[in-house]
Design a protein around this ligand. Structure first.
Ligand SMILES: [Zn+2]
Length: 130
């Protein structure tokens, strides 16, 4: 039996980092997106890639292309961003938007990862009946 106390080191007042260690689940999603973007615009640049409210946010500049290419470029990004809400951010298994209790922190997780990190599945917001 091994303790995992060492994991609790690094108190920077930001406990969110403590369990943010396994966010490789979107790796394939992002890699797939980038390979498609490169085809459309080899010179595109990435501004920022992050997670926001449980979903992937991918900011990129398409570069010097025509309007049609630009539209397809950003369509691909939007597609990947929506898809991220169905993929566990941790392990890449099918997931769903989950929330961590009192902090109201959102992540897209499979049931296994959600349980491990103390998250609970969130029902569709916005369409819920009162
Ligand atoms: Zn998972």
């Amino acid at each position: 039996m091994k303790d995992e106390i060492e994991r609790n080191q690094g108190t920077h007042g930001d406990e969110s980092r403590a369990w943010f260690e396994c966010d490789d689940g979107w790796g394939p999603l992002i890699a797939d997106l980038e390979s498609k973007l490169k085809v459309l615009s080899p010179d595109y640049t990435i501004s920022q890639v992050k997670e926001n409210f449980g979903g992937l946010r991918y900011y990129a500049n398409v570069g010097d292309v025509d309007a049609e290419t630009s539209k397809r470029f950003y369509d691909l990004i939007h597609e990947a961003e929506s898809k991220s809400f169905e993929v566990c951010e941790c392990c890449g298994q099918p997931g769903q938007l989950s929330r961590r209790g009192k902090h109201g922190w959102y992540k897209t997780l499979c049931s296994t990862c959600a349980e491990r990190m103390n998250f609970e599945p969130v029902r569709e917001a916005g369409t819920a009946t009162p």
